[in-house]
Write a protein that binds this ligand. Structure first.
Ligand code: VG1
Ligand code: CO
Length: 544
């Protein structure tokens, strides 16, 4: 094996965002673009040489080419063994599971997650560390610094590896192990959940489920686990074949983009339970018949019912949620007498809490829920959790949520996304509100009186690292709040996210439409930011 040293030059902008480096496919196809980033990982992360690396992606356009490039570079950089999913496929949670169960030093996950794919869509790459979780900021920063100084990358000349069959092959001195992408993950799910009871629920004939894989990575997982192992009738999984362009869709499981599922769940003869997952399989949307569960409520329901699931029967050590996620889970934690941590947006901030045994369940308002079983959010896991609860408790999805509200009160919640806003305008909107923060307390906007306003900063309780500027928060005297932040996952223009939350203790008002209940906050946000006027939008692109 002859290692080739290829000269290269630094490329601007290879800065990982909320979750990895995401760019248009055409950018990743430029000569040296992927190579520079991958070499920077090998250069910045000590110890990959001589160790095991997990490799796989969500099957989007360019996945197949990128995998071959990375395999050659891994061999040239002295990696001892690469564990790769058959066909180059691995969901993000399954990659996390493999890193852990194989004792790998880390993993490279190829995905732009919920962003659209195809030749004109997005591609992405993310490095995960040995705990199976996304690299923390100090690692992504080291990788970024390296991309600014890189002058060569290493590769070898070799033919493409056949990844369609499981088994082992050598590439130079490096062993490549092609594994079934589902098997190890499915074994873990069997250990956590009561497959017997879920199977009974799904096969007794009076409970129907629809899982929309959105032509993304969870198709094979859902086919194998829901239909294969748990006996859901064939056809329960829809859009279950991963396609390089996700069938032209936007693989983001929200009521706007998962329109086929929503149509079924709100149509005549709707199934009892609906769910969808995103491009790389780490998100989940839970839908009952004529009833959408907000991700924040879903996290709270899972926490409140955790002991009815075998894997969590011993109780929760603590819970954690990202800052913009509603405080519904805080109320459950308080009732359980366990701590609740509030972290910045992005799963990488949960890793330390999970490793330290301080939290068992984590979640984000963006449809991400997970636990200490891996170090990523996990879409299918959340679906199995819900099915396990339904199998034990009986009743409908809507009943479970309404009973939850009755006991804990309802955190009425919504997120308004303004996508594709001019970057300069979006940055200025955020900057202006940031400047105004100190003057806000005491002011009355849209009839609401501001009690407190800040730019969220987080001190990690485990390693004391500090992350600043994680979202602007404005709290009002009645306990409600708005949050404004810029997305860190987009590739075109800017996406502004406005998060709205108001607590409603009165059960008589729990049925109210969330947008109506939040209207005073929506008005206050506009008064404070001029967001709609300045971005030239009359409404959000997506409301969740
Ligand atoms: C979004 C979500 C965030 C999530 C991230 C990655 O980030 O808001 O909660 O962790 O996507 O999810 P941002 O910066 O665009 O708000 V995934 O499923 O795209 O890896
Ligand atoms: Co994702």
């Amino acid at each position: 094996m002859q290692v080739q040293t290829v000269p290269t030059r630094p490329i601007e902008g290879q800065l990982p965002g909320t979750s990895g480096l995401r760019k248009k496919v055409a950018v990743f196809q430029r000569p040296g673009y992927l190579e520079n980033f991958v070499q920077s990982v090998f250069d910045a992360v000590p110890g990959l040489a001589g160790h095991t690396l997990v490799l796989g992606g969500d099957g989007r356009f360019h996945n197949d080419r990128a995998i071959q490039t990375i395999l050659r570079m891994a061999a040239a950089n002295g990696v001892a063994r690469v564990v790769v999913g058959r066909g180059g496929l691995l969901s993000t949670p399954a990659a996390s599971e493999l890193i852990r169960s194989r004792g790998a030093h880390g993993g490279l996950i190829l995905s732009a997650s919920h962003n659209p794919g195809g030749p004109d869509g997005d591609f992405g790459i993310k490095y995960n560390i040995s705990n199976g979780g996304p690299a923390p900021e100090k690692v992504t920063e080291a990788i970024h610094q390296r991309t600014l100084a890189i002058h060569r990358y290493l590769t070898i000349e070799a033919a493409d590896i056949d990844l369609q069959r499981t088994g082992q092959t050598m590439l130079g001195a490096m062993r490549i192990e092609v594994v079934d992408p589902v098997a190890s993950y499915a074994t873990l799910m069997q250990q956590l959940f009561d497959f017997g009871r879920i199977r009974t629920l799904l096969t007794r004939g009076d409970f129907r489920l629809c899982f929309d894989a959105m032509h993304a990575i969870t198709g094979p997982y859902a086919h194998a686990i829901l239909e294969g192992q748990l006996g859901a009738p064939a056809g329960s999984v829809i859009n279950g074949t991963p396609l390089p362009d996700f069938g032209g869709g936007h693989p983001d499981p929200n009521p706007t983009y998962a329109e086929e599922l929503i149509g079924r769940m709100f149509g005549a003869d709707a199934p009892d339970f609906g769910a969808a997952s995103d491009g790389d399989g780490d998100r989940n949307m839970i839908v009952g018949r004529n009833f959408i569960v907000t991700p924040s409520d879903s996290l709270a329901v899972l926490a409140a019912n955790a002991t009815s699931v075998p894997g969590y029967a011993a109780g929760l050590k603590g819970v954690a949620r990202s800052m913009p996620t509603s405080a519904a889970v805080d109320r459950v934690a308080q009732a359980l007498g366990v701590p609740c941590y509030e972290t910045p947006t992005g799963w990488k901030f949960f890793g330390n809490l999970l490793d330290a045994g301080m939290a068992t369940l984590c979640g984000e308002e963006s449809a991400g829920t997970g636990s200490d079983h891996v170090r990523e959010k996990d879409g299918l896991w959340a679906v199995l959790f819900w099915l396990n609860i339904l199998a034990v408790r009986g009743g409908s999805v809507e009943q479970i949520v309404r009973e939850h509200w009755q006991r804990y009160g309802r955190n009425v919640y919504s997120r308004h996304d303004y996508e594709g806003v001019d970057s300069a305008v979006a940055t200025q909107i955020v900057a202006d509100l940031r400047d105004a923060l100190p003057s806000l307390p005491g002011r009355v906007v849209g009839g609401l009186s501001v009690s407190r306003a800040d730019d969220f900063a987080y001190t990690d309780p485990v390693d004391a690292s500090v992350s600043r500027a994680q979202g602007l928060r404005v709290f009002f005297q009645d306990g409600s709040r708005i949050v404004l932040r810029l997305s860190g996952t987009g590739t075109e223009g800017a996406t502004l996210r406005l998060y709205l939350e108001r607590y409603e203790p009165d059960a008589a008002r729990h049925g109210i439409d969330a947008q109506a209940a939040l209207q005073p906050l929506i008005d206050a946000a506009e008064a404070l930011t001029g967001l709609k006027a300045r971005s030239g939008r009359d409404r959000p692109t997506v409301i969740t």
